[in-house]
Design a protein around this ligand. Structure first.
Ligand code: FES
Length: 106
């Protein structure tokens, strides 16, 4: 299992929006919903848009390019949940936001 990496300060992340950050050599979309934090692979599996740029509603992010929708809790594509993007763990330690890949994401 990879170690947690600091990806920024809590204040760097806007409520209800995604922000793409580098983690372990790839881009990860981190979402802040109140006290809830989620992170999934930033790369849309359709044509590679940044999912962090997408529109977030409840626990769904809509890809900014062609509107594929993904659950930010587990990375599942809403139209076919057997397809999913990788999911990451997020924790807040003081003012730091940390991310690591989930051990069960494959
Ligand atoms: S690139 Fe995301 S839906 Fe097409």
């Amino acid at each position: 299992m990879s170690d947690f990496e600091i990806v920024g300060k809590v204040s760097d992340f806007e409520e209800g929006q995604g922000r793409a950050v580098p983690v372990d050599g790839r881009m990860v979309a981190v979402f802040r919903l109140g006290d809830e934090w989620y992170a999934i692979d930033d790369l849309c599996p359709h044509m590679g848009a940044s999912l962090a740029e997408g529109y977030v509603e409840d626990h769904t992010v809509t890809c900014p390019w062609h509107a594929w929708r993904f659950c930010i809790k587990d990375g599942a594509w809403e139209d076919n949940p057997r397809t999913r993007v990788d999911c990451f763990e997020v924790k807040v330690d003081g003012d730091d936001v940390l991310v690591r890949e989930k051990s069960d994401s494959a």
